[in-house]
Design a protein around this ligand. Structure first.
Ligand code: F6P
Length: 602
């Protein structure tokens, strides 16, 4: 693609027009840039990803949406930073809780442990903790149903904060939609003497979810409006970052923007507390601009990212495995990326897996070692060597992620071990100018993506946070691109998603409506037939709650593809099953249906 075309892509702000998919919040709109991403080459996929990610940093420029660098957003960030500064100066009996569901909860964990480590290095006590819906097993595997439970959210928060004098609660819900987080915010609002709630998300308040939450008449939107009422000591930080590359996949831009926003707040408060100064909007802006540089530094390696996507796609198409073997906090980024492939692309846990040096000891999660829960929870390099490596072959891909600050001898040894089983070895390596290049490893690998960062860096912790974001962008590109090439995406929709909570249930219904053109009622009926595996719906099924549907859906696979084929072909469930069997690649199955259901021109 010529550079002129690329800048045209970056300029596209069509999604901001009032008439563009007005019935969806920004986080659920489809991105007009990526409507043909399923047919794109790896090079083009990377260009589209770069353009979509660039939307995070776009300025407001006449649109109605508040954006990352807007005064109102940076002002709220400053207020929250000031609250944290006070706590850091007098931390006794205080707690900062970061909480969320899915990727939002995993990032809460990443940041809470990172800033506790910074405090520990300064010989201070830990101040941060995290909550993830579904507990620690949700750090590594998809646990979607607790997201729907506001009471569980509230009780978990209450328990973790017992005896605290002051709590800064930061709830993350990219779509302003998760009842689990809403329950916690509602609890904070009831106890303003102790709790100061902050909500982070990426929709305007008017687009927050407006459906009563289980066990309550309250909606997420009504709750956010309550936060905005005069006299409430509550903050909402919700810039629009544009629709996701794959519709609704908030692990991508939503996750990146969460990391940018919260690390900016947390790091700025720490600096202010240490230097005995006060944070300014200028400081916050400068920190966020540094993340914009991460975007350009990372995507300046587009060709290498595209090559990685190509190899990942090939491995997945051949039924091979993709393993991220990583050092330091990049390991957590690998685990996070791998965990989301299951609900997003209907992947098996073995398709994409992450392994971290030091396993649970380095992870430092509340519930400790989870290995006994099953093979999905085996995450150390030793687990990789004992359980995975012996069965690897050339169709499997191993991506090693590390930095110049890790033990490079250990990395080299690992590469040599892996090479005995597969030549499909790739590396993603970060270093500062002047630090050792990946030269000695390069001949051992199929591809090397080495990102060099300018020296001197203002702060080592900040540098590592930037390397994490850079790695996140690459990993998101690799797993999304690989699954696109495997045929798990149709246009820019995840058509093989798991329907395991109410948000995903409604998303599935919308996907069916959009792709089949059938009515909402017909789509929902067909979805239910696929979920319950029946040709005719009974009264029991139609009168059941969405929660019951999601429990049944969690026991089945390919419910959305099946429903879509039924709708497109006007056929029975059993016919749809045999069609899907003859076209195992979901996108091809859908395309075959679209072609055969389109009347030929006279
Ligand atoms: O329900 C699944 C999911 O979409 C995850 O993929 C995502 O990370 C999580 O929900 C959290 O969503 P939100 O941040 O919008 O609450």
């Amino acid at each position: 693609m010529a550079d002129r075309d690329f800048s045209r892509i970056c300029d596209t702000r069509e999604w901001e027009l009032p008439g563009y998919e007005p019935w969806f919040p920004v986080s659920e709109k489809s991105n007009p840039l990526t409507c043909d991403i399923d047919k794109a080459s790896p090079n083009h996929i990377v260009r589209l990803l770069a353009a979509c990610d660039a939307q995070i940093f776009q300025t407001k420029s006449g649109s109605t949406y508040e954006r990352l660098f807007c005064d109102s957003i940076v002002h709220s960030m400053k207020e929250v930073t000031k609250m944290l500064e006070h706590i850091l100066r007098d931390p006794e009996d205080s707690l900062v809780v970061l909480s969320g569901c899915g990727t939002s909860g995993r990032l809460a964990f990443l940041m809470a442990t990172c800033f506790n480590r910074i405090l520990k290095d300064q010989e201070q006590k830990p101040l941060y903790t995290y909550i993830i819906a579904g507990g620690d097993k949700a750090l590594l595997t998809s646990q979607e149903s607790p997201e729907d439970d506001p009471k569980l959210g509230m009780l978990t928060l209450e328990k973790i904060c017992e005896g605290k004098r002051r709590v800064l609660f930061i709830g993350i819900s990219c779509g302003l939609s998760a009842p689990f987080v809403a329950g916690q915010i509602a609890f904070c609002l009831k106890h303003p003497d102790v709790f100061s709630p902050v909500l982070v998300g990426f929709n305007p308040v008017s687009q927050a979810r407006d459906e009563p939450m289980p066990g309550s008449t309250l909606t997420f939107r009504a709750l956010v409006q309550k936060m905005q009422q005069k006299g409430q000591r509550a903050f909402i930080i919700n810039p629009a970052v544009g629709p996701e590359v794959i519709t609704g996949s908030s692990r991508m831009k939503g996750g990146s923007a969460t990391k940018i926003l919260l690390e900016t707040i947390l790091a700025s408060a720490h600096t202010a507390a240490i230097t005995n100064t006060h944070v300014t909007q200028g400081v916050l802006l400068a920190r966020m601009k540094a993340y914009e540089f991460v975007h350009s530094a990372t995507y300046s390696h587009s060709e290498q990212i595209a090559a990685l996507i190509q190899s990942t796609g090939l491995s997945l198409q051949r039924g091979g495995r993709v393993c991220y073997v990583a050092w330091g906090s990049l390991g957590l980024l690998g685990l996070i990326d791998a965990s989301e492939c299951i609900p997003t692309f209907g992947a098996d846990y073995e398709d994409v897996r992450g392994f971290i040096r030091g396993g649970y000891q380095d992870l430092d999660n509340i519930e400790g070692d989870l290995t006994s829960l099953g093979p999905q929870f085996c995450i150390s390099h030793e687990d990789f060597m004992h359980l995975v490596l012996p069965n690897l072959s050339d169709r499997d891909l191993v991506l090693l992620l590390y930095t110049a600050h890790d033990d490079l001898d250990e990395v080299e040894k690992m590469i040599l071990r892996v090479r005995e089983k597969t030549s499909n070895v790739h590396i993603l390596y970060h270093r500062l100018e002047g630090e050792a290049a990946a030269d000695s490893m390069a001949p051992l690998c199929s591809s090397v993506l080495s990102v060099t960062w300018p020296f001197p860096s203002p702060d080592l912790n900040l540098l590592h946070m930037q390397w994490e974001l850079s790695s996140k962008l690459v990993l998101n590109a690799v797993s999304t691109g690989g699954h696109i090439l495997k045929g798990k995406v149709y246009r820019n929709h995840m058509i093989d998603l798991q329907v395991t909570n109410s948000k995903l249930y409604h998303r599935a219904g919308h996907i069916l409506q959009k792709l089949s053109g059938c009515s909402q009622t017909r789509c929902e009926e067909t979805l239910l037939k696929a979920i319950y595996d029946v040709e005719t719906l009974t009264e029991d099924i139609t009168s059941a709650r969405v929660y019951t549907h999601t429990i049944s859906a969690s026991r089945r696979s390919r419910v959305v593809p099946l429903a879509l084929v039924c709708l497109l072909m006007g056929c029975s469930l059993s016919e749809a099953k045999s069609r899907l069997q003859s076209h195992p690649v979901v996108r091809e199955a859908v395309e075959a249906c679209v072609t055969s259901s389109t009347p030929s021109s006279p």
